[in-house]
Design a protein around this ligand. Sequence first.
Ligand SMILES: Nc1ncnc2c1ncn2[C@@H]1O[C@H](COP(=O)(O)OP(=O)(O)O)[C@@H](O)[C@H]1O
Ligand SMILES: CC(=O)N[C@@H](CCC(=O)OP(=O)(O)O)C(=O)O
Length: 277
Amino acid sequence: MRTVIKFAGTLLEDDSTVRSLARQVAALSKEGHEILVVHGGGKFFTATLKRMAIESKFVGGLRVTDRETRDAAIMVFAGLLNKKLAAAISAEGQPAVGISAADSRCFLAEPMVHNDVEGGLGYVGYLTGLNLPFIESLWREGLLPVAPCLGIASDNELYNINADHMAAASAEFLGADQLIYLTDVAGVLDGEKVLSVVGCQEIEQLVKRRVVCGGMILKLEAAKRAIEGGVQQVRIVGGTTPEALLLAAHPDEVASVPGTLVLGHSHAAAEAAFTAA
Ligand SMILES: Nc1ncnc2c1ncn2[C@@H]1O[C@H](COP(=O)(O)OP(=O)(O)O)[C@@H](O)[C@H]1O
Ligand SMILES: CC(=O)N[C@@H](CCC(=O)OP(=O)(O)O)C(=O)O
């Protein structure tokens, strides 16, 4: 099973959560999953920029990234957070290697054009490809790649990529069977209730009805993209829910899977028919 696991940056801020999730990642890897971990770090990055007296500005959920901000993004994402996560997984017995777009050009990007923003978004990109032979060679050697949300473009510059989009595109380009978003909430919420299933065709309505807002909009859009790109199973799961990752990765073996399963159009129709029957 080929699996992309996206870590929300907020989960990396609590050491016991990092240890617990690293243990679960290592266990899945030992079972034979070919895993790519993709991580963000947006909240921690905002706090770091504040300490550097750099103000954060977002347009449509994306951080406007000038050169100074981009350089800081490399330090925070590919430096501190990436090393922390790779070290935690390695400590659980699964050797992990932190790789960024700069290493072997393993994540390719192009600049994102945003006509509504004067001067554009700067060094913000979207993933256009990855170095599959390089990643497969790591798996063959028993190594687990851990990648921050950065890509390298044809101008040889590193670009800041929204981590949810990066995970979805990576899952598509790897031909992954499953994509698991580990986030800081229990799943997609409707008020207090976790929605166990969301169909792609429902996403627009959920946004219109303001059931989802903020970062969850980008996450659901990214999930939809992954499904349209051929990823069979996409789940949004609370990273602090006990054993959430192991349960989400074995949906057929457990009575109740935590979080939200995002389904493609035809799947959702089938599910609705099944529920109605
Ligand atoms: N309906 C919703 N269900 C869950 N989270 C929601 C919803 N609407 C908005 N959110 C917000 O989306 C956030 C998750 O998105 P984001 O911050 O981008 O996640 P991550 O940290 O996983 O990248 C939640 O912390 C919550 O504040
Ligand atoms: C372009 C853009 O907005 N990049 C994001 C990348 C980090 C991210 O997405 O982190 P989380 O997954 O923790 O939210 C940013 O700079 O905040």
